[in-house]
Design a protein around this ligand. Sequence first.
Ligand code: NAD
Length: 244
Amino acid sequence: MIHLVVIGAKGRMGTAVLEQARRAGDWGIAGEIDQGDALKSALTRSDVTIDFSSHEFTPVVAEASAKAGKPLVVGTTGHGPEESHRIRRAGEKIPMVWAPNFSTGVNLLFYLVRKATAVLGGEFDVEIVEAHHRRKRDAPSGTARRLAEIVAEVRGMALEKAARHGREGEPGPRKAEEIGIHAIRAGQIVGLHTVLFAGPGEVLEFVHRAESRDTFALGALRAARWVVGKPPGVYTMEDVLGLT
Ligand code: NAD
């Protein structure tokens, strides 16, 4: 039995993770932490922690996990540079899986987009469109950002220079190096990502639709099982799935 602590336990994702862990039957729930609960004592009882709280709290969770020497799965998104730096530094001391999206399909999409960018080359314009439910706090989604990062990495460009977040007024002709990123917020959409490659005479589109949070919850539990016993370092879901 693996002893699990869930942070953000009362939230949409925390609830889904706890439900799937209970259904699987071989997880011991060592802590369900939400606002106002003690983190440190829960960590002493755990083998691994899954954090789906908020981008502000994750650096605190990462530092506490590093201090306790406990593996961590980071599910939150929307971290600023300072927050990302603190999380990454904690990941030098403990094994950590940090993924903007735990679904198997999306991680396969990362792989396919890397391949498509390399094969199609600079002649193809890339635009990324994401849609999420109306309560989502950050935009664009961590997944859209990661997709854009992959395109920029393959093209040897800095994403901050290439990213084009929405367009209005008279933006003028599109520059070849732009990576368009567009966020839709509506209703209860769990997660929809489209990556569009438009080139001379043809368009290739990849679409991923998350239909329930269970895909993220099951992926996070798979990552948690995988990360226990690994050497310190920051791993991705692509590592967990053997796609790297
Ligand atoms: P939510 O608002 O439903 O849940 C967040 C929970 O965390 C709430 O219960 C809140 O009280 C708790 N929380 C916030 N700050 C806390 C703190 N300081 N201490 C303790 N508890 C705290 O949000 P959600 O939809 O479950 O999403 C949570 C995070 O996970 C977001 O960053 C979201 O973008 C991300 N997310 C990631 C994936 C993925 O696959 N990586 C999938 C879905 C959502």
